[in-house]
Write a protein that binds this ligand. Structure first.
Ligand code: T3D
Length: 259
């Protein structure tokens, strides 16, 4: 089905594994299109209630494939963003299902900013992050100039982007760039368990939570209260809300359906 990513669906979780390990899962046109197609399957698949994004081999993703940008027949920088990274991070933010990004190794350039765009990003203890762009004369893209100041504040975002220092998973967690770090030997199981947990939760409420968070930095307080009111009204009409309350009152575990 795909050549440059691995794809599977199990226990309500769609697993997307970036799979060009020999070039640290850096992305060329075909790979970017496959990731976009996979995110589209996630959006349309009713059985999919959470997404798990990771990389094969030693890296999560080294961002743009730099061989592609020196190819005289390759795409222009604008096209790479307009048809690749921009729709990708938009699809990640707009997908009304939780996305766990499991950073298994180095995440650089667009690879780092794709990871930071996901809902819950965790990393193996040996993983690392670098903006990388400034080292090759580019500016941070894939939403990084929007996301990073919101995650860590202007000073840290500026230093990370201008210096492109490689930071450890622990440093990333301590400054709030990511959620958690897992030991290397349990990383795969623990990060997947996180996605599987989310896949059993009330999917529509989680999706609407994401919609509200997407607006949190542009709405004023009153607009956000109005949005919460609207979304809460919708959440209150779901099967999972009824089930959640009934399970609580009956002192049993809820069986959410994502409906
Ligand atoms: O159109 C546009 O360009 C706009 C869009 C931009 C989006 C971007 O993402 S721009 C930023 C692009 N990415 C980078 O600049 C990162 C380049 N890579 C690195 O800085 C380093 O490779 C890492 C810090 C990620 C890892 O370093 P290290 O020492 O652990 O590994 P390595 O030896 O450098 O890389 C391993 C292999 O992967 C190596 O191949 P080889 O020598 O074993 O055959 C290396 O060439 C390859 N590789 C790593 N990154 C890329 C890559 N090949 C192509 N493109 C890459 N980005």
């Amino acid at each position: 089905m795909f050549e440059y990513i691995l794809w599977s669906v199990e226990n309500g979780v769609a697993r997307i594994t970036l799979n060009r390990p020999s070039v640290f899962n850096s992305m060329h046109h075909a790979m970017r299109q496959e990731v976009l197609a996979a995110l589209d399957l996630c959006r349309n698949g009713d059985a999919i209630r959470a997404v798990y994004l990771t990389g094969a081999g030693r890296a999560f993703c080294a961002g743009q494939d730099l061989q592609e940008v020196v190819d005289p027949n390759g795409p222009a920088l604008h096209d790479i963003l307009a048809s690749g990274y921009n729709p990708m991070v938009r699809a990640i933010r707009n997908l009304e299902k939780p996305i766990v990004c499991a950073v298994n190794g180095v995440a650089a350039g667009a690879g780092a900013n794709i990871a930071f765009a996901c809902d819950i990003t965790v990393a193996a203890a040996s993983a690392s992050f670098t903006q990388a762009f400034s080292k090759i004369g580019l500016i941070p893209d894939s939403g990084g100039t929007w996301t990073l100041p919101r995650l860590v504040g202007l000073q840290r975002a500026t230093a990370l982007m201008m210096l492109s220092d490689k930071i450890s998973a622990e440093e990333a967690a301590s400054m709030g760039l990511i959620w958690k770090v897992f030991p290397d030997d349990t990383f795969a199981q623990e990060s997947l368990r996180l996605a599987e947990t989310l896949a059993q939760m009330p999917t529509r409420a989680l999706g609407m939570t994401k919609r509200a968070l997407n607006r949190a930095f542009s709405n004023d307080f009153n607009a956000q209260l109005a949005l919460e009111d609207d979304l809460q009204t919708q959440a209150g009409q779901t099967y999972d809300y009824q089930e959640g309350v009934a399970a609580f009152l009956e002192k049993r575990k809820p069986a959410f359906r994502g409906e």
